[in-house]
Design a protein around this ligand. Structure first.
Ligand SMILES: NC(=O)c1ccc[n+]([C@@H]2O[C@H](COP(=O)([O-])OP(=O)(O)OC[C@H]3O[C@@H](n4cnc5c(N)ncnc54)[C@H](O)[C@@H]3O)[C@@H](O)[C@H]2O)c1
Length: 264
């Protein structure tokens, strides 16, 4: 992969995985625009990376289009788009099914899915012409569910499907698409969830995710997982769905027992 002098937009770059990816790209000589709804955080990361940062809400399509024009003027045409900003909403018993309020479902849909759709709508064709790289940060939860957070699970599954659509539609045009599906990563997003089901598979550092992603750029691996068990669980789900659902129910019971029977 040729990095030197290329231009990247990284969303959700003020923190966690996005920040680590921004830093890893900058270390390779990429000019980075760090984007986050946390304007101060984005600016700090962007400037530390030798590029710039901006406070933008990725659910605002007009703000994003203005940003794309600004990035092209300041840094040049975009070669890497890392659509990484994401939210989860798990908050109470029943949120693993239908009890989360509509506003929480909508918020997850807007950030976890539509933000990638907007970026693809406005940038995918021109990026393809330059042999660009488009990354959708979904989650292992999009492949395997996240117990207790149905809006997160459903919208991350949609994010995986959207990344697939993008790869199928623009792969022949020259766009290199990756779907990043981490399991537990030590970031503010999962703070306080250590006792939950996802804690069982162990947490890695955000820098490890960035390293794994850049390795996947080299071998053009569409699905980028971070934990050994993720592809194994996906294979098992594919061959015996009932067994997989049964295993997830058992896991939910185990976590409830460990938390004094508190349902989630
Ligand atoms: N941490 C994990 O274990 C894990 C596992 C799988 C997938 N992910 C995914 O990785 C991505 C990054 O998460 P993280 O763990 O680094 O979390 P994080 O909370 O550290 O970072 C997410 C960033 O996204 C920003 N953001 C949220 N909504 C935004 C919006 N509307 N506009 C602009 N910025 C917004 C936040 O301000 C934050 O800086 C997310 O898509 C998340 O779903 C995380």
């Amino acid at each position: 992969m040729d990095y030197e002098g290329k231009v990247a937009i990284v969303t959700g770059a003020a923190s966690g995985i996005g920040k680590a990816i921004a830093q890893a790209l900058a270390a390779k000589g990429v000019k980075v625009a760090a984007i986050d709804r946390d304007a101060e955080g984005a600016k700090a990361v962007g400037e530390a990376c030798g590029g710039f940062g901006a406070g933008v809400d990725v659910t605002d399509e007009h703000a994003l289009t203005r940003l794309y024009v600004g990035v092209e003027k300041r840094l040049g045409p975009v070669d890497f788009y890392i659509s990484n900003a994401g939210i989860g909403v798990s908050d109470g018993p029943g949120w693993g099914a239908g009890d989360a309020p509509n506003a929480s479902w909508q918020a997850c849909w807007d950030v976890n899915v539509m933000a990638s759709v907007y970026a693809a709508r406005h940038l995918a064709r021109s990026m393809a012409e330059r042999g660009g790289v488009f990354v959708v940060t979904a989650s292992a939860a999009g492949l395997l569910n996240m117990i207790g957070d149905a809006p997160y699970s459903a919208t991350k599954a949609a994010a995986v499907a959207f990344a697939e659509s993008l790869a199928i539609t623009h792969g022949d045009d020259g766009l290199q698409v990756h779907c990043l599906c981490p399991e537990g990563v030590k970031t503010p997003l999962v703070k306080g969830m250590e006792g939950g089901a996802q804690g069982l598979s162990g947490y890695i550092e955000a820098d490890d995710v960035a390293r794994i992603l850049l390795e996947a750029f080299e071998d053009k691996r569409f699905l980028v997982t971070t934990h050994e068990q993720t592809p194994q669980s996906v294979a098992m789900k594919g061959t015996d769905y009932n067994r997989w659902v049964g295993g997830m129910r058992k896991l939910r019971r185990m976590v409830m027992d460990a938390n004094s029977g508190k349902p989630f």
